[in-house]
Design a protein around this ligand. Structure first.
Ligand code: AHR
Length: 753
């Protein structure tokens, strides 16, 4: 300030409903050396919402005027400050005139059109509920991608346990394919199975002449004729980028085996370090004969340091020829389920408190051909009777994670299944069957699948089959989706196919909500018109700014449209293998939109959920799609920053959506991605996002606030319309110093709330 005499006017008023009397907000302030100690606005002004102006004459001698505040009880609060030079009228605010040649500070740093005129103000109107938060808003989406099941949440540790990873799958067309008929695979002669190695001088080969059964129509023939006590011979499996060995842990080994006549010796199963120097646990098993027989044993480790550069071995010290099939090794599973899931990953999921699981895909539902889709009937019963199939993401699936396992996964986390039924369309050249009689067997297949999940065990065929498979109690299910991303079907058949499935499902299960896989984010031309879907599934894979730009999308969706929204795949795809802080911010912005609009957005789930981070590039890599919520290797797992953001949203919200408003939200200029990499349109996008919900019973208000601006923002939160409000709240904060800061296997907890 130019040196001289001024009058400073400090305008105070108590405006916060949480302060209800004297002594509840007390602070001191000092104006250019003049001290005002233990100032109490309530007392000075005489109550709530009453103004008090403190007028202080001061003199500036060094170009500076200093006003400081010191809290005593609660934070100081002031509504306005005037600094008035002696010559000015009482109401004007003095600012020094900028020098003619230099721009003023404000024009130099702030985009003119977007410059906020004051601090950010967020207003929550506690007296106005705009809708109910959907009780199933937050769920999970899964499919076999990025080694999500095999080498992921499905706890099996042996890779290629059924020796079918080298299978040659018969080519079919939709016209020639017979629904429900199992088509066996074949093998090239002299095939050495992937992920297995012969050890101790043995040799091995796939053998189609000695199958275990029609589904596992191949076995591993092991020539151990060189075996001796000094040099046991056999096979080793490297697992999914290692076999995790943990201290004081019991592993379950099982396998089918037979031997050529004359073999009398035991075989030994063991867990060993890959360099062969350490045996962590081993067991001898006798009783092999010339007939197939199942063997099962336990391996228990002692005190040791957890490691993953290990192998599983099956060897013999007795010369002979053996055949093996379905060689399996399980660690303890989540809730001790047989054929169950990996505990650490399940615990990460449990912490999100998800309400549903969308399965089995994704593209994995559809597959690259009619015999490569998720054929649910081939995923039931004992695992050695499941033929398995190639996943559309480039590797073999044993289908150990079958239909019942998906449903039990739901049961273990208290989630509802959201079942995607195959709707007659395969990816790309896989083909499509248009509506009509040829599609009917697929509708029946879907009805049977639903019956398997929810049918009565005593009175329905497929309910009885579920009971036989070990689960008499029907599962609770409300939602079924017809197909997946059927906008990829350019033949224009989806409307008809949807109608046929819709009619079939509604006729038998009127309570089920039937969802279209063609959402409003796709061209209107192909959307379902002949029926009114209960929900449409919308998918968004975006970068951070794109998520920010669309964070008000649902605010303008119709409230009277009977069709609601399932956001069945979405992610801010920034960061690899798992999203970084930028991803978490984009997700946060998007989640405020879904939550604020969860009167119409009933369900949402991020995708993909999982990635095995062991081999990110190269042939046979463990990742097919980057930016996945949860990462893991054979030994440990971690949640990305986006995981933590989502957990914050899904575990902390109320059941009522409160009306909100805001002022002075900062914006920045952003250029859309144009077609073919060209620069797109420029626009201003907001940098701060929020929504508020309240728990009707407890009255707790949850305010979600996402600051993408890169700097701290002072935010004035005003909660109006509540009878009373407690003076303290809790802040749960996820923050990083850089947008690309992230979590990883080596730094799993770098960014956590
Ligand atoms: O989530 C990855 C893939 O994205 C899904 O399989 C598919 O539905 C979508 O295109």
């Amino acid at each position: 300030l130019p040196n001289g005499k001024y009058v400073v006017k400090l305008h105070f008023a108590e405006t916060f409903e949480g302060i209800t009397g004297p002594g509840e907000r007390v602070f001191s302030f000092n104006v250019q050396g003049k001290e005002f100690k233990d100032f109490d606005v309530w007392v000075k002004a005489g109550g709530f919402l009453k103004a008090y102006i403190e007028t202080v004459p001061v003199e500036v001698t060094d170009g500076k005027l200093k006003i400081t505040f010191t809290p005593k009880v609660e934070n100081p609060q002031i509504c306005a400050i005037e600094i008035i030079p002696p010559s000015a009228t009482e109401t004007s605010v003095v600012a020094p005139a900028p020098a003619a040649s230099t721009p003023s500070a404000s024009t130099a740093t702030t985009p003119a059109s977007s410059a906020p005129t004051g601090p950010i103000v967020l207003q929550v109107d506690a007296s106005k509920v705009t809708g109910k938060v959907s009780p199933m808003l937050y769920g999970l989406m899964t499919e076999e991608i990025n080694f999500a099941y095999e080498g992921g949440v499905y706890a099996e540790l042996i890779r290629n346990r059924s020796f079918k990873a080298d299978a040659v799958v018969p080519a079919v067309t939709p016209e020639t394919y017979e629904v429900g008929k199992y088509l066996p695979v074949t093998f090239k002669p002299d095939t050495q199975p992937r992920f297995w190695t012969a050890v101790g001088g043995a040799s091995m080969m796939l053998d189609t002449n000695t199958p275990l059964n029609e589904f596992l129509n191949v076995s591993l023939k092991l020539d151990a004729s060189s075996a001796s006590a000094a040099s046991p011979a056999g096979v080793a499996n490297e697992g999914f980028w290692g076999i995790p060995v943990k201290p004081k842990t019991t592993y379950t080994v099982s396998f089918f085996a037979k031997a050529a006549p004359g073999f009398g010796g035991p075989v030994t199963v063991s867990l060993e370090s890959a360099d062969g120097r350490t045996t962590f646990a081993s067991k001898a098993i006798s009783g092999l004969s010339s007939d197939w027989r199942k063997f099962e044993t336990k391996l228990t480790t002692k005190s040791l340091t957890a490691s993953k550069d290990n192998v599983f071995k099956l060897t013999t010290a007795t010369p002979g020829t053996l055949w093996l099939q379905n060689v399996s090794l399980f660690p303890p599973t989540y809730k001790n389920r047989k054929n169950g899931n990996r505990a650490d990953i399940m615990e990460l999921l449990a912490a999100m408190k998800p309400k549903f699981l969308r399965f089995p895909g994704g593209n994995y539902l559809e597959g690259n051909a009619f015999n490569q889709r998720f054929i649910w009937k081939e995923t039931l019963g004992p695992v050695e009777q499941r033929p398995g199939h190639p996943s559309c993401w480039g590797y073999w699936s044993t289908d150990g994670m079958g239909l019942l396992e998906f449903a039990e996964w739901c049961e273990d986390l208290d989630m509802e299944p959201i079942l995607g039924v195959f709707a007659g369309y395969c990816l790309g050249r896989g083909g499509v069957i248009p509506a009509g009689p040829a599609l009917e067997p697929y509708v029946q297949e879907a009805l049977e699948e639903i019956e398997y999940l929810i049918g009565d065990a005593k009175t329905t065929k497929w309910g009885a089959r579920r009971a036989k498979d070990g689960h008499p109690k029907p599962f609770k299910m409300q939602y079924v989706e017809v197909g997946n991303e059927d906008w990829f079907d350019r033949s224009g058949s989806y409307d008809g196919r949807f109608a046929q499935f819709y009619d079939g499902i509604k006729a038998k299960y009127p309570h089920l909500k039937v969802m279209s896989s063609w959402g409003y984010e796709q061209p209107e031309s192909g959307s379902v018109k002949s029926r009114v879907p209960d929900l449409v599934d919308e998918h968004f894979y975006r970068n951070m700014e794109e998520m920010m730009a669309q964070a008000f999308r649902y605010d303008t969706y119709s409230r009277t449209n009977p069709t609601k929204i399932f956001c069945g795949e979405w992610a801010t795809r920034v960061g690899s293998p798992t999203p970084n802080m930028s991803g978490a911010l984009g997700d946060g912005a998007w989640m405020t939109c879904m939550e604020r609009n969860s009167d119409i957005v009933l369900l949402s789930c991020y995708a993909p959920l999982f990635v095995n981070v062991s081999q990110l590039t190269g042939n046979g890599r463990s990742m097919q799609w980057s930016s996945d919520l949860i990462g893991y290797d054979a030994l440990t797992s971690y949640g990305s920053p986006a995981y933590h953001a989502q957990k914050m949203f899904s575990t902390m919200h109320g059941d009522e959506i409160l009306a909100t408003d805001s002022q002075n939200i900062p914006t920045r200029e952003w250029q859309r991605r144009g077609r073919g990499g060209a620069a797109g349109q420029s626009q201003q996008i907001r940098e701060v996002f929020f929504d508020a919900t309240r728990d009707a019973k407890s009255g707790v208000i949850y305010l979600k606030l996402v600051n993408t601006s890169g700097t701290s923002q002072r935010v004035n939160v005003q909660i109006n319309g509540a009878k009373s409000i407690t003076s303290k709240g809790e802040a749960v904060v996820l923050a990083a110093s850089k947008l690309d800061d992230t979590n990883s296997i080596t730094e799993p907890d770098k960014i956590v709330p």
